[in-house]
Design a protein around this ligand. Structure first.
Ligand code: BT5
Length: 264
């Protein structure tokens, strides 16, 4: 962390489950700043957290709406793994978010391929994993997480209000961000440790147990292709398998899923 960066943050929470958390009032994007920090140090397990983001980002250049009241953070990690395997971090972070929300607030959470956490079928959290490589080896990974915590639905554009939610909206009251952050990092660290011990299969199994879109009719957009069929499975490499109407199986590596209805 450069002296310049260190000046701007409001405070540091040391050692939250082994993570050093730098808290800022406002940043462009915590993923962007985490990347800049990671490029300047060899450290890992640093968390960049901002109360608001002015240019929060989603996948594929999309915008992530990040008003005050949300939890917006990015974790810097240096796993000794291939870029493909580093994508597993999205899945374990999704499970950690779902587990944290369920434990703290007893809300029904589910995950949706590839990077969403839902409460009552609406998006409450998204994960953005960005991987930095040198000569096809991972130098660092930034795992960005956004959770809509103490946010009113009116803060979202009307086009999103039917498909997003927040903890405040679901519970009818505000919740404590600090407890949420601490438990999230604890739940993530437990899973990260298991991942490093070679337990990916059981971690994917946990994610699938939360994936209630599996077995449902879905529409999938992947680049310029649109598919519809049954979401059959998510394979060990993280790809989604869709059974098309004609019975053919299609493997999707990048894309978005819209759930249509349960197949009888
Ligand atoms: C994501 O992308 O879901 C990844 C979001 C990652 C956000 C975190 S916040 C901390 C860190 N720093 C960053 O700059 N980013 C990460 P994607 O699957 O592409 O979904 C993006 C889409 O979700 C948008 O196009 C909107 O439709 C919708 N969306 C935008 N803001 C939202 C919000 N706050 N809650 C729910 N949905 C939202």
């Amino acid at each position: 962390m450069s002296p310049q960066d260190a000046e701007k943050h409001q405070k540091i929470q040391q050692n939250v489950s082994g993570y050093k958390v730098y808290i800022y009032k406002s940043l462009s994007s915590t993923n962007k700043i985490a990347k800049e920090v990671a490029e300047k140090t060899d450290e890992e397990k640093i968390v960049i957290l901002a109360e608001t983001q002015t240019m929060g980002r989603g996948r594929l250049g999309r915008q992530w709406i990040s008003p005050k009241g949300g939890l917006w953070l990015s974790v810097i990690l240096r796993p000794q793994t291939s870029p493909k395997e580093a994508l597993r971090l999205t899945f374990i972070m999704s499970s950690a978010v779902a587990k944290t929300i369920k434990t703290l607030f007893n809300l029904e959470t589910s995950v949706k391929w590839p990077n969403d956490v839902l409460v009552n079928g609406k998006k409450i959290s998204g994960i953005l994993t960005e991987i930095n490589t040198r000569e096809s080896l991972v130098t660092f990974v930034i795992v960005g997480v956004g959770i809509n915590v103490n946010i009113d639905l009116e803060s979202f554009p009307s086009s999103l209000r039917a498909t997003v939610t927040s903890l405040k909206h679901e519970l009818g009251h505000k919740v404590k961000q600090k407890t949420l952050t601490e438990m999230l990092l604890q739940n993530f660290e437990d899973r990260y440790r298991r991942l490093q011990q070679g337990m990916w299969s059981s971690l994917l199994q946990e994610w699938k147990s939360l994936a209630d879109f599996l077995g449902k009719e879905v529409e999938v957009s992947s680049f310029d292709e649109n598919l519809s069929g049954e979401a059959l499975d998510v394979e060990e490499d993280g790809a989604l398998i869709v059974r098309l109407k004609d019975g053919l199986l299609k493997k999707v590596v990048v894309g978005d899923v819209i759930v249509k209805r349960r197949l009888s």
